[in-house]
Design a protein around this ligand. Structure first.
Ligand code: BGC
Length: 251
């Protein structure tokens, strides 16, 4: 088996996406496959879909898995956009049982952030870099001089009496059919709030909506520079693969 190839799988609120990743370059090998996230997204149902995706890649080696929750030592400590029964579950064990592969789990935004900082637009950026991933929810990955501070969960800061992700996530834009201008103004408000509490040197926006950055860039009014991630929706899977590889090197 080639040790520089790892399967990266990104479990999201609506889709579970996977790709083989060459850790040396961060490039995806072969096809990127996606299955819908089962609803309700219980541990059993998600573990089954995960195993299907592993099988579709005909993979037997190491798998890195991005998961949308606080993840400490592979255990999910929260569950905002997946079934609540995930809280307290060892994600790696559950997915290992269903797929037969060795699995390492990491917060999905932290995974995306690792890929962006290592292979993407964040490469070489020092100081405080705050990566915000925008999708079904809002995730965050905080880096100081390229070192990750894990599980920051800044999508849950309170804005207008609600978790910010209920106000400014991309799922809210779609559900409420907001114009780019209206949604961009909400995102701007959110970033201004983060600017006040975190004083970043750079914001990087990730998640699927980062590829439409031109649509709303003009409505974002913050003093900190803002860049859009170029790895877009693939960063989660690429970063999860890299994270898993890195963890196994540390053992
Ligand atoms: C979760 C985070 C996750 C983010 C993006 C939030 O609801 O709490 O852990 O990173 O969604 O998926």
């Amino acid at each position: 088996m080639e040790h520089h190839i790892v399967l990266g799988i990104d479990i999201g609120g609506s889709g579970i996406k996977g790709s083989l990743v060459d850790i040396r370059t961060g490039e995806m090998q072969g096809e990127r496959l996606r299955l819908a996230t089962p609803q309700p997204a219980t541990p059993e149902a998600v573990a089954d879909t995960f195993a299907q995706l592993v099988e579709m890649h005909q993979w037997k080696g190491l798998v890195g898995c991005g998961f949308p929750a606080i993840v400490k030592n592979n255990v999910a400590l929260t569950a905002a956009n997946v079934d609540k029964s995930w809280v307290g579950v060892n994600i790696a064990d559950a997915l290992q049982r269903s797929s037969g592969c060795q699995v390492v789990a990491v917060n999905d935004a932290d995974a995306a952030g690792m890929a962006i900082m290592r292979y993407g637009i964040g490469k070489g950026e020092l100081g405080v870099v705050l990566i915000v991933t925008i999708g079904t929810g809002i995730g965050s990955a905080l880096f100081y001089n390229s070192q990750l501070v894990p599980n920051t969960e800044l999508g849950h800061v309170i804005l207008h009496n609600m978790p910010a992700e209920h106000y400014a996530a991309d799922s809210v834009r779609k559900r409420q059919e907001l114009s780019w201008e209206d949604w961009g103004a909400r995102l701007s408000e959110y970033l201004r709030h983060l600017e006040r509490i975190m004083s970043p040197d750079l914001f990087i926006l990730g998640g699927g909506v980062s590829k439409q950055f031109e649509e709303y860039a003009a409505f974002i009014k913050v003093d900190t520079p803002v860049k859009a991630a170029r790895l877009q929706n693939n960063a989660g899977a690429i970063g999860a693969a890299y994270y898993a590889w890195q963890q196994t090197q540390l053992l």
